[in-house]
Design a protein around this ligand. Structure first.
Ligand code: FES
Length: 107
């Protein structure tokens, strides 16, 4: 279980508990949070689950694979340093306290 904070573009923060084994995208979807569309359902094929990882967490997360890296090119205003696809981040105790910032919009 991990506590994850999803911060909307306008600054509203949603703090939710997410089960280990789910993805950060599924944590948003299952809690009906706005701002993560996840059109492809988590297949790394749409980029609409894009977020900016809080700077304090960038180095703590497992790295991106090539597929995620390529798909991020299609996200809205990606930041090479902080952008991630939330369907590619597995929830575990290791990411307890993670903070992600939602983009202004998903493409
Ligand atoms: Fe489609 Fe993450 S849900 S790329």
């Amino acid at each position: 279980m991990a506590t994850i904070t999803y911060v909307e573009h306008g600054g509203i923060a949603h703090v939710v508990e997410v089960e280990n084994g789910l993805t950060v995208m599924e944590g948003a979807r299952d809690n009906n949070l706005p701002g993560i569309d996840a059109d492809c359902g988590g297949a790394c094929a749409c980029s609409t689950c894009h977020v900016y990882v809080d700077a304090a967490w960038v180095e703590k997360l497992p790295g991106k694979d090539d597929m995620e890296e390529d798909m991020l090119d299609f996200a809205y205003e990606p930041d090479p340093a902080r952008s991630r696809l939330t369907c590619q981040i597995k929830v575990s105790d290791a990411i307890d306290g993670l903070v992600v910032h939602l983009p202004e919009k998903q493409i």
